[in-house]
Design a protein around this ligand. Structure first.
Ligand SMILES: Nc1ncnc2c1ncn2[C@@H]1O[C@H](COP(=O)(O)OP(=O)(O)O)[C@@H](O)[C@H]1O
Ligand SMILES: [Mg+2]
Length: 258
């Protein structure tokens, strides 16, 4: 446990009556409320255009809302909560190698310079990129680039992880492996995650709770607690009849929402 981990006080996200309007008649998000508990892994699924990315951007402060509130609570005496964002397309610096890209997260976290090398080394081991420290993004596969993005996000040490289809551009097998890696990291750290995906199976395999959104206006139509025991192996879960049943239920809710 590092010094900053010991200072950590769990954060909780409260979104209340959020409405976001662009130039269209119907709001992109209409009166949406959602609570994310301390250390909870929440997945959000919904059709394209239902406002998933907009929701995350508002929480991250990248997009203004017409009305409603977003609050990140912290326990008394805790430090200012940090919100980290990971996108579907990696946003790595193409001219910087793996180590330098991850060091961006260390810089943003305010970690003293003399501790960067140790944190970067431990994160490279965590995301299993040993031997690739000096590689540039162009020389890495899509899955490896997302591992670097994940390591950079972890280097920032967020209290809340906002992940917008982080594995959406990866092939099926790599996506499953990345999901397993993310769970492994999450089990160890237990920070709140809001994980947007259009893949229902991925949502059910990873999350404590799956939120189903519909479009026009973007709103929540269902919320499912996912009760599979932790730690989980997302691969073996897929054979469980309860897994298939929940996936089917969410499918039918999305079909109705369409
Ligand atoms: N910057 C923007 N300007 C205008 N309309 C936008 C903007 N961002 C998103 N929208 C619209 O808001 C709706 C929700 O978009 P988005 O949040 O990207 O959906 P999702 O991520 O669920 O696919 C869509 O109708 C989209 O066209
Ligand atoms: Mg989106």
């Amino acid at each position: 446990m590092t010094g900053s981990d010991m200072l950590y006080k769990p954060a909780k996200l409260s979104i209340a009556h959020l409405t976001v309007v662009f130039n269209e008649e119907v709001p992109a998000i209409g009166d949406l409320s959602l609570e994310v508990a301390e250390g909870e892994f929440v997945a959000i699924v919904g059709p394209s255009g239902c406002g998933k990315s907009t929701l995350l951007k508002v929480v991250a402060g990248l997009q203004a809302a017409q009305s409603g509130t977003v609050a990140v609570a912290r326990a008394e005496g805790g430090r200012e909560p940090k919100i980290g964002f990971m996108f579907q397309r990696d946003t790595l610096l193409p001219w910087a190698n793996v180590t330098s890209n991850i060091s961006v997260g260390c810089e943003l976290s305010g970690l003293p310079k003399d501790q960067h090398a140790a944190r970067i080394a431990s994160l490279i081991a965590l995301v299993r990129l040993q031997g690739y420290e000096n590689h540039y993004p162009a020389a890495l596969s899509g899955g490896m680039r997302q591992r670097v993005s994940l390591a950079r996000l972890l280097a920032f040490e967020p209290d809340i992880y906002l992940m917008d289809e982080p594995f959406g551009a990866l092939d099926y097998q790599t996506k499953i492996i990345m999901g397993r890696e993310l769970l492994r990291i999450w089990e160890a750290r237990r920070r709140a995650i809001v994980f947007v995906t259009h893949d229902i199976e991925e949502a059910v395999a990873l999350a404590d709770r799956v939120i189903v959104m519909s479009a026009r206006p973007g709103c929540i139509v269902a919320s499912h607690d996912v009760v599979f025991e932790r730690p989980r192996d997302p691969r073996s879960l897929r054979g469980d009849p309860r897994f298939g049943a929940l996936v089917q239920t969410i499918w039918s809710e999305l079909a109705i929402a369409d």
